[in-house]
Design a protein around this ligand. Sequence first.
Ligand SMILES: *Cc1c(COP(=O)(O)O)cnc(C)c1O
Length: 404
Amino acid sequence: MKRIYFDNNATTPIHPEVFDAMLPYLKDEFGNPSSIHWAGRNTRKVIDEAREKVARLLNCDVGEIIFTSCGSEGDNLAIKGLVESKRDKGNHIITTKVEHPAVLTTCKYLAKTGFDVTFLDVDNQGMLDLDQLKKAITPKTILITIMFANNETGVIFPIEEIGRIAKEHNITFHTDAVQGVGKVPIDVKKLNIDLLTLSGHKLYAPKGVGAIYVKRGVRLVPLIHGGHQERNRRGGTENTAGIVALGKACEIAHRDMEQEIKHLTALRDRLEKGLMGKIPHARLNGHPKNRIPNTANISFEFAEGESILLNLDMKGIAASSGSACTSGTLEPSHVLVAMGVSMEASHSSVRFSLGRGNTVEDVDYVLEVLPPIVEKMRSMSPLYSAATGGAANISFTESGSCSH
Ligand SMILES: *Cc1c(COP(=O)(O)O)cnc(C)c1O
Protein backbone atom coordinates (compact mmCIF):
# COMPACT_ATOMS: atom_id res chain seq x y z
CA MET A 1 0.00 0.00 0.00
CA LYS A 2 1.06 3.57 -0.65
CA ARG A 3 2.10 5.55 2.43
CA ILE A 4 1.57 9.25 2.06
CA TYR A 5 2.32 11.54 4.96
CA PHE A 6 0.35 14.78 5.08
CA ASP A 7 0.62 15.43 8.81
CA ASN A 8 3.86 17.38 9.08
CA ASN A 9 2.39 19.92 11.51
CA ALA A 10 2.01 17.06 13.99
CA THR A 11 5.57 15.91 13.50
CA THR A 12 8.11 15.50 10.72
CA PRO A 13 10.37 12.61 9.78
CA ILE A 14 14.06 13.07 10.57
CA HIS A 15 15.99 14.44 7.61
CA PRO A 16 18.64 11.92 6.48
CA GLU A 17 21.44 14.52 6.84
CA VAL A 18 20.20 15.28 10.35
CA PHE A 19 20.18 11.59 11.21
CA ASP A 20 23.76 11.17 10.02
CA ALA A 21 24.91 14.24 11.93
CA MET A 22 23.47 13.10 15.27
CA LEU A 23 24.50 9.43 15.21
CA PRO A 24 28.06 9.77 16.59
CA TYR A 25 26.64 11.44 19.72
CA LEU A 26 24.47 8.43 20.45
CA LYS A 27 27.49 6.12 20.31
CA ASP A 28 31.16 6.98 20.59
CA GLU A 29 30.89 10.67 21.46
CA PHE A 30 29.10 10.12 24.73
CA GLY A 31 30.95 12.54 27.02
CA ASN A 32 29.21 14.94 29.35
CA PRO A 33 29.63 18.42 27.83
CA SER A 34 30.44 19.78 31.30
CA SER A 35 33.45 17.45 31.70
CA ILE A 36 36.86 18.99 31.12
CA HIS A 37 38.51 15.76 29.92
CA TRP A 38 38.78 14.45 26.37
CA ALA A 39 35.37 12.79 26.42
CA GLY A 40 33.56 16.02 27.20
CA ARG A 41 35.53 18.53 25.18
CA ASN A 42 34.20 17.64 21.75
CA THR A 43 30.58 17.46 22.89
CA ARG A 44 30.87 20.99 24.33
CA LYS A 45 32.26 22.18 21.01
CA VAL A 46 29.49 20.65 18.89
CA ILE A 47 26.81 22.09 21.16
CA ASP A 48 28.31 25.54 20.64
CA GLU A 49 28.36 24.96 16.89
CA ALA A 50 24.71 23.88 16.94
CA ARG A 51 23.84 27.01 18.88
CA GLU A 52 25.45 29.10 16.16
CA LYS A 53 23.37 27.38 13.50
CA VAL A 54 20.12 28.00 15.34
CA ALA A 55 21.13 31.62 15.94
CA ARG A 56 21.93 32.10 12.26
CA LEU A 57 18.47 30.91 11.20
CA LEU A 58 16.81 33.44 13.53
CA ASN A 59 19.37 36.25 13.08
CA CYS A 60 20.31 36.48 16.75
CA ASP A 61 23.47 36.00 18.79
CA VAL A 62 24.65 32.60 20.04
CA GLY A 63 24.24 33.73 23.63
CA GLU A 64 20.54 34.27 23.03
CA ILE A 65 19.64 30.60 22.43
CA ILE A 66 18.64 28.20 25.23
CA PHE A 67 18.15 24.54 24.36
CA THR A 68 15.08 22.79 25.78
CA SER A 69 13.49 19.35 25.52
CA CYS A 70 10.53 20.35 23.33
CA GLY A 71 8.30 23.18 22.19
CA SER A 72 6.02 22.77 25.19
CA GLU A 73 8.93 23.24 27.58
CA GLY A 74 10.05 26.26 25.61
CA ASP A 75 6.61 27.87 25.83
CA ASN A 76 6.41 27.13 29.56
CA LEU A 77 9.90 28.48 30.22
CA ALA A 78 9.36 31.63 28.19
CA ILE A 79 5.94 32.42 29.67
CA LYS A 80 6.29 31.31 33.30
CA GLY A 81 9.93 32.36 33.47
CA LEU A 82 9.12 35.84 32.23
CA VAL A 83 6.02 36.56 34.28
CA GLU A 84 7.69 35.34 37.43
CA SER A 85 10.66 37.64 36.83
CA LYS A 86 8.33 40.59 36.23
CA ARG A 87 5.82 39.89 38.94
CA ASP A 88 6.55 43.14 40.76
CA LYS A 89 5.82 45.12 37.57
CA GLY A 90 2.34 43.77 36.91
CA ASN A 91 0.20 40.69 36.50
CA HIS A 92 -1.48 41.04 33.13
CA ILE A 93 -0.83 38.73 30.17
CA ILE A 94 -2.28 39.05 26.67
CA THR A 95 -2.63 36.03 24.40
CA THR A 96 -5.14 34.72 21.85
CA LYS A 97 -7.89 32.12 21.81
CA VAL A 98 -6.19 30.10 19.09
CA GLU A 99 -2.82 29.30 20.68
CA HIS A 100 -1.44 25.81 20.87
CA PRO A 101 -2.33 24.07 24.16
CA ALA A 102 1.29 24.56 25.32
CA VAL A 103 0.56 28.30 25.54
CA LEU A 104 -3.18 28.21 26.19
CA THR A 105 -2.99 25.81 29.11
CA THR A 106 0.01 27.62 30.59
CA CYS A 107 -1.93 30.90 30.49
CA LYS A 108 -5.03 29.28 31.99
CA TYR A 109 -2.86 27.86 34.77
CA LEU A 110 -1.35 31.30 35.44
CA ALA A 111 -4.87 32.77 35.52
CA LYS A 112 -5.54 30.49 38.49
CA THR A 113 -2.44 31.67 40.32
CA GLY A 114 -3.11 35.39 40.41
CA PHE A 115 -2.43 36.55 36.86
CA ASP A 116 -4.99 38.31 34.69
CA VAL A 117 -5.12 36.92 31.18
CA THR A 118 -6.80 38.45 28.14
CA PHE A 119 -7.58 35.97 25.36
CA LEU A 120 -7.94 37.90 22.11
CA ASP A 121 -10.49 36.92 19.45
CA VAL A 122 -9.76 36.20 15.83
CA ASP A 123 -11.97 36.91 12.82
CA ASN A 124 -13.53 34.32 10.51
CA GLN A 125 -10.27 34.03 8.57
CA GLY A 126 -8.34 33.45 11.76
CA MET A 127 -6.76 36.92 11.74
CA LEU A 128 -6.15 39.18 14.72
CA ASP A 129 -7.55 42.66 15.19
CA LEU A 130 -4.60 44.83 16.23
CA ASP A 131 -6.89 47.51 17.63
CA GLN A 132 -8.29 44.91 20.00
CA LEU A 133 -4.71 44.11 21.04
CA LYS A 134 -3.92 47.79 21.65
CA LYS A 135 -7.10 48.25 23.67
CA ALA A 136 -6.28 45.23 25.83
CA ILE A 137 -2.98 46.74 27.02
CA THR A 138 -3.01 48.13 30.57
CA PRO A 139 -0.24 49.57 32.77
CA LYS A 140 -0.07 46.12 34.36
CA THR A 141 0.58 44.22 31.12
CA ILE A 142 3.93 42.43 31.36
CA LEU A 143 3.71 39.89 28.55
CA ILE A 144 2.15 39.50 25.12
CA THR A 145 2.33 35.90 23.92
CA ILE A 146 0.98 35.38 20.41
CA MET A 147 1.85 32.55 18.08
CA PHE A 148 3.73 33.07 14.84
CA ALA A 149 1.68 30.66 12.72
CA ASN A 150 -1.30 28.55 13.69
CA ASN A 151 -0.74 24.81 13.72
CA GLU A 152 -4.28 23.99 12.57
CA THR A 153 -4.89 26.55 9.84
CA GLY A 154 -1.37 27.76 9.05
CA VAL A 155 -2.51 31.40 9.42
CA ILE A 156 0.41 33.76 10.10
CA PHE A 157 -0.16 36.58 12.56
CA PRO A 158 1.18 40.14 11.97
CA ILE A 159 4.21 39.53 14.15
CA GLU A 160 6.17 42.64 13.14
CA GLU A 161 3.27 44.93 14.05
CA ILE A 162 2.64 43.08 17.32
CA GLY A 163 6.35 43.40 18.11
CA ARG A 164 6.21 47.12 17.43
CA ILE A 165 3.14 47.60 19.63
CA ALA A 166 4.77 45.61 22.45
CA LYS A 167 7.98 47.63 22.16
CA GLU A 168 6.13 50.97 22.20
CA HIS A 169 4.50 49.94 25.47
CA ASN A 170 7.64 48.39 26.92
CA ILE A 171 5.97 44.97 27.15
CA THR A 172 7.86 41.71 26.57
CA PHE A 173 6.74 39.88 23.43
CA HIS A 174 6.90 36.09 23.18
CA THR A 175 5.93 34.18 20.08
CA ASP A 176 5.38 30.43 19.79
CA ALA A 177 7.03 30.01 16.40
CA VAL A 178 7.05 26.22 16.39
CA GLN A 179 5.10 26.19 13.10
CA GLY A 180 7.01 29.07 11.56
CA VAL A 181 10.66 28.29 12.14
CA GLY A 182 12.18 26.59 9.13
CA LYS A 183 9.11 27.23 6.97
CA VAL A 184 9.35 30.98 6.44
CA PRO A 185 12.12 33.51 7.11
CA ILE A 186 12.12 34.78 10.70
CA ASP A 187 14.39 37.61 11.77
CA VAL A 188 13.86 38.19 15.48
CA LYS A 189 15.58 41.59 15.39
CA LYS A 190 13.51 42.94 12.52
CA LEU A 191 10.30 41.57 14.03
CA ASN A 192 10.97 43.00 17.53
CA ILE A 193 10.63 39.60 19.18
CA ASP A 194 11.91 39.24 22.75
CA LEU A 195 11.20 35.53 23.25
CA LEU A 196 10.59 32.84 20.65
CA THR A 197 9.91 29.11 20.91
CA LEU A 198 10.88 26.44 18.39
CA SER A 199 10.76 22.64 18.42
CA GLY A 200 13.06 20.15 16.71
CA HIS A 201 10.55 17.54 15.61
CA LYS A 202 8.53 20.07 13.62
CA LEU A 203 11.52 20.84 11.40
CA TYR A 204 13.00 17.43 10.57
CA ALA A 205 15.02 16.95 13.77
CA PRO A 206 14.00 14.27 16.29
CA LYS A 207 11.59 14.55 19.20
CA GLY A 208 13.08 15.56 22.53
CA VAL A 209 14.83 18.78 21.59
CA GLY A 210 13.81 22.39 21.13
CA ALA A 211 15.10 25.87 21.83
CA ILE A 212 14.02 29.33 22.82
CA TYR A 213 15.46 32.64 21.76
CA VAL A 214 15.83 35.04 24.67
CA LYS A 215 16.79 38.57 23.70
CA ARG A 216 19.79 39.84 25.60
CA GLY A 217 18.62 41.65 28.72
CA VAL A 218 15.34 39.71 29.07
CA ARG A 219 15.36 37.96 32.43
CA LEU A 220 13.79 34.55 32.96
CA VAL A 221 13.34 32.57 36.16
CA PRO A 222 14.37 28.99 35.29
CA LEU A 223 11.76 26.26 35.12
CA ILE A 224 14.32 23.54 35.79
CA HIS A 225 16.71 24.49 38.57
CA GLY A 226 19.89 22.47 38.55
CA GLY A 227 23.44 22.75 37.26
CA HIS A 228 25.04 25.58 35.34
CA GLN A 229 23.93 24.35 31.92
CA GLU A 230 22.56 26.91 29.45
CA ARG A 231 24.05 29.75 31.52
CA ASN A 232 22.06 28.79 34.60
CA ARG A 233 18.79 29.15 32.74
CA ARG A 234 18.01 25.46 32.23
CA GLY A 235 19.55 22.77 34.42
CA GLY A 236 20.13 19.25 33.14
CA THR A 237 22.87 17.50 31.18
CA GLU A 238 22.51 18.50 27.55
CA ASN A 239 20.91 16.22 24.98
CA THR A 240 23.99 16.38 22.77
CA ALA A 241 22.67 14.23 19.91
CA GLY A 242 19.37 16.11 19.85
CA ILE A 243 21.06 19.49 19.96
CA VAL A 244 23.44 18.55 17.13
CA ALA A 245 20.40 17.37 15.17
CA LEU A 246 18.54 20.61 15.79
CA GLY A 247 21.57 22.61 14.67
CA LYS A 248 21.80 20.59 11.48
CA ALA A 249 18.06 20.93 10.84
CA CYS A 250 18.31 24.71 11.20
CA GLU A 251 21.29 24.80 8.84
CA ILE A 252 19.34 22.80 6.25
CA ALA A 253 16.22 24.95 6.71
CA HIS A 254 18.32 28.06 6.10
CA ARG A 255 20.00 26.51 3.06
CA ASP A 256 16.85 25.11 1.41
CA MET A 257 14.17 27.56 2.50
CA GLU A 258 13.61 29.43 -0.74
CA GLN A 259 13.31 26.23 -2.72
CA GLU A 260 11.07 24.53 -0.11
CA ILE A 261 8.69 27.48 0.00
CA LYS A 262 8.23 27.20 -3.77
CA HIS A 263 7.88 23.43 -3.64
CA LEU A 264 5.35 23.39 -0.79
CA THR A 265 3.31 26.34 -2.03
CA ALA A 266 2.93 24.70 -5.44
CA LEU A 267 1.84 21.37 -3.92
CA ARG A 268 -0.50 22.99 -1.40
CA ASP A 269 -2.16 25.14 -4.07
CA ARG A 270 -2.57 22.11 -6.34
CA LEU A 271 -4.18 20.19 -3.50
CA GLU A 272 -6.53 23.03 -2.54
CA LYS A 273 -7.58 23.90 -6.07
CA GLY A 274 -8.06 20.24 -6.87
CA LEU A 275 -10.20 19.51 -3.82
CA MET A 276 -12.30 22.67 -4.20
CA GLY A 277 -12.81 21.88 -7.86
CA LYS A 278 -13.79 18.25 -7.37
CA ILE A 279 -15.76 18.40 -4.14
CA PRO A 280 -18.84 20.64 -3.91
CA HIS A 281 -19.20 22.72 -0.72
CA ALA A 282 -15.55 22.25 0.26
CA ARG A 283 -14.39 25.34 2.14
CA LEU A 284 -10.99 26.59 3.18
CA ASN A 285 -10.55 27.46 6.87
CA GLY A 286 -8.15 30.34 7.46
CA HIS A 287 -6.86 33.31 5.53
CA PRO A 288 -6.28 32.32 1.88
CA LYS A 289 -2.99 34.24 1.56
CA ASN A 290 -1.54 34.89 5.01
CA ARG A 291 -0.42 31.34 5.65
CA ILE A 292 2.67 29.20 5.99
CA PRO A 293 3.19 27.40 2.68
CA ASN A 294 2.50 23.83 3.80
CA THR A 295 -0.90 23.90 5.47
CA ALA A 296 -4.43 23.48 4.09
CA ASN A 297 -7.39 23.15 6.43
CA ILE A 298 -10.59 22.31 4.57
CA SER A 299 -14.14 21.56 5.69
CA PHE A 300 -16.23 19.04 3.80
CA GLU A 301 -19.61 19.73 5.32
CA PHE A 302 -21.96 16.79 5.79
CA ALA A 303 -19.05 14.40 5.96
CA GLU A 304 -17.53 13.72 9.34
CA GLY A 305 -13.85 14.66 9.69
CA GLU A 306 -12.85 11.68 11.80
CA SER A 307 -14.50 9.28 9.36
CA ILE A 308 -12.77 10.96 6.43
CA LEU A 309 -9.46 10.43 8.22
CA LEU A 310 -10.15 6.75 8.84
CA ASN A 311 -11.04 6.29 5.19
CA LEU A 312 -7.92 8.16 4.08
CA ASP A 313 -5.84 6.05 6.44
CA MET A 314 -7.20 2.89 4.82
CA LYS A 315 -5.81 4.25 1.56
CA GLY A 316 -2.44 4.95 3.17
CA ILE A 317 -2.90 8.69 3.59
CA ALA A 318 -2.06 10.31 6.94
CA ALA A 319 -3.79 13.62 7.68
CA SER A 320 -5.49 15.04 10.76
CA SER A 321 -8.79 16.56 11.75
CA GLY A 322 -9.86 19.71 13.46
CA SER A 323 -11.59 17.84 16.21
CA ALA A 324 -10.21 15.67 18.93
CA CYS A 325 -12.12 12.77 20.35
CA THR A 326 -11.78 13.24 24.07
CA SER A 327 -13.69 11.10 26.54
CA GLY A 328 -16.06 9.85 23.89
CA THR A 329 -17.39 13.25 22.87
CA LEU A 330 -16.15 14.76 19.68
CA GLU A 331 -14.96 18.24 20.60
CA PRO A 332 -14.58 20.71 17.80
CA SER A 333 -11.24 22.48 17.44
CA HIS A 334 -10.91 25.51 19.71
CA VAL A 335 -9.23 27.27 16.79
CA LEU A 336 -12.13 26.78 14.39
CA VAL A 337 -14.64 27.62 17.12
CA ALA A 338 -12.80 30.90 17.80
CA MET A 339 -13.01 31.66 14.08
CA GLY A 340 -16.77 31.25 14.23
CA VAL A 341 -16.76 28.16 12.02
CA SER A 342 -20.03 26.28 12.55
CA MET A 343 -20.07 23.04 14.54
CA GLU A 344 -21.00 21.16 11.40
CA ALA A 345 -18.12 22.64 9.39
CA SER A 346 -15.53 22.19 12.13
CA HIS A 347 -16.53 18.56 12.63
CA SER A 348 -15.96 18.03 8.93
CA SER A 349 -12.56 19.69 8.75
CA VAL A 350 -9.38 18.00 7.65
CA ARG A 351 -5.88 19.42 7.96
CA PHE A 352 -3.34 18.52 5.32
CA SER A 353 0.15 19.61 6.32
CA LEU A 354 2.73 18.95 3.66
CA GLY A 355 6.44 18.42 4.04
CA ARG A 356 9.64 18.35 2.06
CA GLY A 357 9.25 14.70 1.10
CA ASN A 358 5.89 15.18 -0.63
CA THR A 359 5.46 15.06 -4.38
CA VAL A 360 2.93 15.99 -7.06
CA GLU A 361 2.05 12.28 -7.24
CA ASP A 362 1.14 12.33 -3.54
CA VAL A 363 -1.21 15.26 -4.09
CA ASP A 364 -2.78 13.69 -7.17
CA TYR A 365 -3.37 10.47 -5.28
CA VAL A 366 -5.35 12.39 -2.62
CA LEU A 367 -7.27 14.17 -5.38
CA GLU A 368 -8.21 10.79 -6.79
CA VAL A 369 -9.08 9.09 -3.50
CA LEU A 370 -10.80 11.76 -1.41
CA PRO A 371 -13.71 12.93 -3.61
CA PRO A 372 -15.42 9.51 -3.71
CA ILE A 373 -14.93 9.12 0.07
CA VAL A 374 -16.70 12.42 0.74
CA GLU A 375 -19.39 11.66 -1.80
CA LYS A 376 -20.13 8.29 -0.24
CA MET A 377 -20.34 9.74 3.26
CA ARG A 378 -22.61 12.52 2.08
CA SER A 379 -24.88 10.09 0.28
CA MET A 380 -25.56 8.52 3.66
CA SER A 381 -26.25 11.87 5.34
CA PRO A 382 -29.89 12.91 5.56
CA LEU A 383 -28.71 16.44 6.31
CA TYR A 384 -26.86 16.62 3.03
CA SER A 385 -29.82 15.62 0.92
CA ALA A 386 -31.94 18.10 2.89
CA ALA A 387 -29.51 20.96 2.37
CA THR A 388 -29.04 20.19 -1.28
CA GLY A 389 -32.72 19.90 -1.97
CA GLY A 390 -33.44 16.26 -1.23
CA ALA A 391 -35.63 15.07 1.65
CA ALA A 392 -38.00 17.89 2.55
CA ASN A 393 -38.85 17.06 6.14
CA ILE A 394 -35.43 17.84 7.57
CA SER A 395 -34.37 21.45 7.95
CA PHE A 396 -30.82 22.67 8.07
CA THR A 397 -29.55 26.10 8.97
CA GLU A 398 -26.24 27.73 8.14
CA SER A 399 -25.22 27.93 11.78
CA GLY A 400 -24.96 24.17 11.79
CA SER A 401 -27.85 23.54 14.12
CA CYS A 402 -30.30 21.10 12.69
CA SER A 403 -33.68 19.78 13.65
CA HIS A 404 -35.09 16.43 12.74
C1 LIG B 1 3.84 21.12 18.21
C2 LIG B 1 3.62 22.48 18.74
C3 LIG B 1 4.02 22.83 20.04
C4 LIG B 1 4.58 21.83 21.01
O1 LIG B 1 5.83 21.37 20.64
P1 LIG B 1 6.34 19.97 21.25
O2 LIG B 1 7.78 19.91 20.85
O3 LIG B 1 5.51 18.90 20.64
O4 LIG B 1 6.18 20.06 22.73
C5 LIG B 1 3.82 24.13 20.45
N1 LIG B 1 3.28 25.03 19.63
C6 LIG B 1 2.91 24.75 18.38
C7 LIG B 1 2.33 25.82 17.52
C8 LIG B 1 3.05 23.46 17.89
O5 LIG B 1 2.65 23.19 16.65
